[in-house]
Design a binder for this molecule. Structure first.
Ligand SMILES: Nc1ncnc2c1ncn2[C@@H]1O[C@H](COP(=O)(O)OP(=O)(O)OP(=O)(O)O)[C@@H](O)[C@H]1O
Length: 464
């Protein structure tokens, strides 16, 4: 039975989640503070941590970093208010796997939890038969690249160009830097390069340098010998050895320590590594694809990335455009995600209403394709008929976005506003019912303060 640790200071949410996740055959533990969560993590193994972004004792990023030190492979889903999505997408740089927005919908949560655990397990340790080492089984971490089957080429000019670049650079052995905002698809592009290269069939390993605790990074990348430091209880292969013959994808390269950058440079120049504490070098043949969502020339200027390493990695550069700047792709991908979500949820939602399409086109998409995927997944869950309507979109997309929707003719604005309001009114009523009309609890679940809730009750003429 997969096990989940819920970290949330809202005891009602913990209780509610424990109840329905247990019913869905998960083993659930709860913690009300970050410190308590870390304590639980020290004594238990979990498949997934479901963690509120705002905890009283520790901020979300710091907690993620501390979780990763204790367990670098556990899957993490962040719970956040939609208004904080911009901050939540930042957590992907620190190892979060996905996020869900409040108010929580049980069905959506179940789908997200199931997908996250499955995807994370595919990345985890697998025993493989190692012919070169006398057929001995060894434990390695290999990324399953079957997901590359799902790599979709967008229809915008920028996406077509990216595809050309992938096909151009893949057969060569050049190092590649892929840059782009979070969620633009850097890892998908890296997998695609691997798939089209002669290294296909060999390992593709993804290392998230942002999520890698500094203390463990050297050993994770280059391996270590038994006894080389406290905790090194046996010899360990690093990612370079494991990925030998294949491709190593180094995400958030700007986060590597200076010392590890020097070691990385040596691998590129001499094709050799030395495990921590070892005396002998090991020859390595690995193609490196690095990714970043920062401007690397600035990172170099600031002294966080060695210039020589930057130039060695920068043999070929692929720059992914934010989704908001390739508008043609928005609806194209939305339809793709719609079909995927509809199939996986066993529903028959096939269309996006004209208004929904307009609003999607004009939203900012801080989290790019990842955010679009999440919004569509939730919209499919909330849709009763075969067409996604405005009320199934988060209020942040329909409300804040209104000023930007230039294609909406003036007389339609009032109508759209009223649709958005209807959706919000319904959401408030649903939550009130769920918490037996306890307004404090309702405000918490809705992620607004009590005063705002009272104002909205007045506005929508709700008299519980
Ligand atoms: N080409 C694509 N085809 C289909 N789905 C895609 C594509 N690119 C991105 N996605 C969707 O967006 C999500 C995020 O993609 P990916 O992890 O590659 O982004 P990223 O830029 O590496 O993000 P981060 O910087 O946060 O690590 C994927 O899980 C997938 O749902």
């Amino acid at each position: 039975m997969p096990s989940i640790l819920v970290i949330d200071d809202d005891r009602d949410i913990c209780l509610m989640l424990t109840k329905f996740l247990s019913k869905s055959n998960y083993l659930v533990h709860t913690a009300y503070t970050g410190a308590e969560g870390l304590q639980q993590l020290r004594s238990n193994e979990y498949d997934l941590i479901l963690c509120d972004y705002k905890l009283p004792d520790v901020n979300g990023i710091e907690l993620l970093q501390r979780i990763k030190i204790l367990n670098s492979t556990v899957a993490i889903i962040i719970i956040t208010g939609y208004s904080d999505v911009k901050t939540a997408v930042e957590t992907f740089r620190y190892g979060a796997n996905d996020y869900v927005t409040k108010p929580l919908y049980p069905d959506e949560l179940l789908v997200t939890i199931h997908e996250t655990i499955t995807k994370n397990q595919l990345k985890q340790f697998t025993y493989i038969e190692d012919k070169e080492h006398g057929g001995v089984s060894r434990k390695v971490r290999i990324q399953d690249t079957s997901s590359t089957a799902n790599f979709v080429v967008g229809i915008s000019e920028q996406s077509k160009k990216i595809q050309q670049h992938i096909e151009l650079v893949a057969p060569s052995d050049m190092s590649v830097i892929i840059s782009g905002e979070t969620g633009t698809g850097k890892e998908f592009v890296a997998q695609s390069i691997h798939k089209f290269s002669k290294r296909v069939g060999k390992p593709f390993m993804a290392i998230d340098c942002g999520a890698l605790p500094k203390e463990l990074a050297g050993s994770e990348l280059f391996g270590h010998m038994k006894g080389s430091f406290t905790g090194a209880i046996s010899d360990k292969q690093g990612s370079f050895e494991i990925a030998d013959g294949g491709t190593l994808f180094l995400d958030e390269i700007g986060n590597l320590s200076y010392e590890n950058q020097i070691k990385l440079l040596r691998v590129i120049q001499e094709r050799k590594i030395k495990r921590i504490g070892a005396t002998k070098d090991i020859s390595i043949d690995v193609r490196i694809i690095a990714a970043t969502n920062e401007n690397l020339s600035i990172v170099v200027k600031e002294g966080r990335l060695r210039e020589d390493l930057y130039h060695r990695l920068n043999e070929f550069k692929i720059q992914l455009t934010p989704l908001r700047d390739r508008k043609d792709d928005i609806i194209f991908f939305a339809k793709y995600f719609l079909e995927k979500a509809s199939t996986s949820q066993d529903k028959d939602v096939k269309l996006l209403s004209a208004d929904v399409q307009k609003y999607l086109r004009h939203y900012y998409w801080h989290g790019n394709l990842r955010e679009l995927n999440n919004v569509i997944r939730r919209a499919v869950l909330l849709t009763k008929g075969d067409t996604v309507q405005m009320e199934s979109l988060p209020i942040e997309i329909t409300e804040k976005n209104q000023d930007n929707v230039t294609e909406v003719v003036h007389e339609n604005v009032g109508l759209l506003k009223s649709i958005a309001w209807t959706a919000e009114r319904q959401a408030i009523l649903d939550v009130l019912e769920k918490v037996s009309y306890n307004k404090s609890k309702a405000a918490e679940l809705l992620n607004i303060d009590r005063k705002t809730l009272y104002n909205k009750l007045k506005l929508y003429n709700i008299t519980p």
